[in-house]
Design a protein around this ligand. Structure first.
Ligand code: AMP
Ligand code: MG
Length: 472
């Protein structure tokens, strides 16, 4: 039996300045950990048995119709511009048009060195691969636009980090891998013909209704504003919002040091490399505006009248904080059960968050408890909670079915950090059961699952994860 992937590769048809073609490096002993059959079905991918899947998604056997390539891009990393980055350990196998008519990239991550590897080995360790698998699928189930997980394979080889770790390869599916940094690459190199081509390609693929560069910029800003508001409404901290990790499609990408917070605090940071809190929970709403300003800057050369472009783009960027506030209000309003939150409701939301912050309440469980009427059990300062509760009750008295709305906005289950760490530790010992259990429970995050109650529990003091790592 063979695997059939109906490839139709548009990025490979772009000029050589967009990518470097090369085949994945072979690995010693591919062994399939997981294959996402539901996603495969959606992609029109059909076949086959585990050994063949392992060989194909380890890069050992060429997938028919694939045209593997590493994409080139640039990007601001922690505010400093890196003029040339690129897929240093990833290869785009190609694209398929899925059952819904959407074009999707299929990419191997950890598939060996490329011309853009710099000092890296081109490989990925098992831990980060499983982490990305669980987190990206959980985000999808939570309703957040995100890249997806199609497969994870052990390589049977070691990778060398601070310690020796088992190697793995992740297969990522994305509606594209075009990044702010892709625009920045051509703009900074003054390759304006390529910049124009990238604009046309992005427009056709993601925003066919956009006529001008300004239209495209505004559409991306809209999606990114929605995305960040949604992250915040789930307590998600991306952790490395560099412009090379910021997509034009508006999908969440790059699950390196990201984490969901347990106790609510707006300054929460997990990433070990984010020492100044540039990408802290609350800072995400500001940094996305900064990232979009970098996109705007890179897009100015697309317009004949550059002065007019600067004026137009500045207006778009200046409008973004309001977009984010609006999206934030909609998301958090729904968390309180409100169908149409008004600007004055921001106070009600902020006051609850403040109560949660001062008492160190669990973000996820407190919001979930609102629907069941047990939120006061999650708040330390009961005396301060009661007047808030009364105000809230008064506000939702006229709402139709606020409980259902709250249940749909406040998940019972998130991939808690300590569980993800426990899952990785077990998998390193060869036990993949927690990995599969997490995936199963997190595929229905808004459902009560009494048998999985243990996964709702915040970490014990001994289980708290202090820092997360990129794992590169
Ligand atoms: P990230 O922090 O994962 O967004 O990666 C930043 C850049 O480093 C990207 O261009 C990656 O392709 C590259 N990179 C990360 N890890 C490795 C690795 N192990 N080998 C080669 N390149 C890498
Ligand atoms: Mg990246």
């Amino acid at each position: 039996m063979t695997l059939s992937i109906p490839f139709d590769n548009s990025y490979a048809r772009l000029p050589e300045t967009f990518h470097a073609r090369l085949d994945p490096a072979r690995v010693a002993a591919p062994e399939l950990i997981a294959f996402n059959t539901v996603l495969a079905e959606e992609l029109g991918v059909s076949g086959t048995d585990d050994p063949l899947l392992a060989a194909i998604f380890a890069g050992n056997m060429p997938a028919e119709g694939a045209e593997p390539l590493a994409q080139i891009y640039a990007g601001h990393q922690f505010g400093g511009f890196s003029p040339q980055l690129g897929d240093g350990r990833a290869l785009l196998l190609g694209e398929v048009v899925d059952r819904n008519g959407l074009r999707r990239d299929i990419q191997l991550k950890g598939s060996g060195p490329t011309p853009f590897s710099r000092r890296g080995d081109g490989r990925a360790a098992l831990g980060p691969v499983l982490r990305e698998y669980v987190l990206s699928e959980a985000m999808h189930a939570l309703g957040v636009p995100t890249t997806r997980a199609l497969a994870a394979v052990r390589t049977g080889e070691d990778v060398y980090r601070e310690t020796i770790l088992p190697g793995a390869i992740f297969t990522r599916v994305a509606s594209s891998h075009i990044r702010v940094g892709t625009f920045q690459l051509f703009a900074s190199r003054q390759q304006y013909a390529e910049l124009q081509q990238l604009f046309e390609y992005t427009r056709e693929r993601h925003y066919p209704e956009a006529k001008t560069p300004g239209d495209l910029l505004a559409a991306v800003c809209q999606r990114q504003a929605e995305l960040v508001a949604q992250w915040m409404s789930l307590g998600f901290i991306h952790g490395v919002m560099n412009t090379d990790n910021c997509t034009l499609s508006g999908e969440t990408i790059d699950y390196g040091p990201c984490a969901f917070m347990d106790q609510y605090h707006p300054d929460t940071v997990y990433s070990s490399i984010d020492q100044h809190g540039r990408y802290a929970y609350q800072a995400q709403a500001d940094i996305i505006v900064w990232n979009m300003a970098q996109l705007a800057t890179a897009m100015v050369p697309l317009v004949q009248d550059q002065e007019a472009a600067v004026t137009e783009f500045t207006e778009i960027i200046n409008a973004m904080p309001n977009l984010i506030r609006g999206a934030w209000l909609t998301r958090f309003g729904a968390k309180l059960g409100l169908a149409a939150p008004q600007p004055e409701d921001a106070r009600l939301i902020a006051d609850l968050l403040h109560l949660m912050q001062t008492g160190g309440s669990d973000f996820t469980n407190t919001f979930r408890a609102l629907a069941t009427g047990s939120a006061r059990d999650e708040i330390t300062d009961r005396a301060a909670y009661e007047p808030w509760h009364a105000r809230w009750q008064e506000r939702i008295a006229s709402e139709d079915a606020p409980e259902a709305r709250m249940r749909a906005a406040n998940p019972a289950f998130i991939p808690r950090n300590h569980r993800v760490e426990q899952m990785i530790a077990a998998a390193m010992q060869g036990d993949e059961s927690l990995f599969h259990h997490l995936n199963a429970v997190l595929s229905r995050p808004y459902d009560d699952q009494p048998e999985a109650e243990e996964l709702r529990r915040p970490p014990l003091p001994s289980e708290v994860v202090q820092a997360t790592f990129c794992g590169t």
